[in-house]
Design a protein around this ligand. Structure first.
Ligand code: IMP
Length: 187
């Protein structure tokens, strides 16, 4: 018997309208890469990827920065197996690199309430980096980006829950090339 065909995102009723196409994402990341290249000049930034949602963004962004960057990974979890925040941020995997004197760029997938970012900023600032900036692919229109000190933002989006390009629901849709609204089948 032949195996069941893999599901296609095209036929998935939970994949709603497109928020950002693959091309729009790629173009904006090229611009962000150019900005980082100019801003960091002769400094060697350490890009800290917040797992798991920012993995796709980090991979593409790092290749658009024309400087000898270093990368490291940190993992936090604030959402359980749902689309609602639990309100509690937990460190799941810490960095390997010592941040003392480093120029750190924290690379995030989406800033929603800012809870995750506040937690990460506190934790990383305590380690004595020379500088710490935040680069997020997405930010909610409602997020206080100034208050949170977010320097680089790919796109601001409305409140709907989105999936794709690293963003998931229960670990699904991370490998979708574009970003779409999630249509909750239970609603
Ligand atoms: P915050 O702590 O409320 O800012 O939430 C940030 C984290 O929640 C992100 O890093 C994501 O992992 C997750 N998140 C928030 N909104 C979405 C969404 O629309 N889709 C997927 N994940 C999301």
């Amino acid at each position: 018997m032949s195996p069941a065909p893999l599901e296609s995102f095209d036929d998935d009723p939970c994949v709603g309208s497109t928020v950002l196409t693959e091309e729009q994402i790629a173009e904006r990341i090229r611009e962000l890469g150019r900005e980082l290249t100019e801003d960091y000049g002769d400094r060697r930034p350490l890009l800290v990827c917040v797992l798991r949602g920012a993995y796709a963004f980090l991979t593409d962004l790092a290749r658009e920065v024309d400087l000898p960057v270093e990368i490291d990974f940190i993992a936090v979890s604030s959402y359980g197996a749902s689309t609602r925040t639990s309100g509690v941020v937990r460190l799941v995997k810490d960095l390997d690199v010592d941040l003392t004197g480093r120029h750190v760029v924290l690379v995030e997938d989406i800033v929603d309430t800012g809870l995750t970012l506040r937690y990460l900023r506190r934790s990383l600032e305590a380690r004595g980096p020379a500088s710490l900036e935040v680069c997020t692919l997405l930010a909610r229109e409602s997020a206080d980006l100034e208050g949170l000190g977010v320097r680089y933002v790919g796109f601001t989006i409305p409140g709907e829950f989105v999936i794709g390009y690293g963003l998931d629901v229960d670990e699904r849709y991370r490998n979708m090339r574009h970003i779409a609204v999630y249509v909750d089948p239970g609603v």
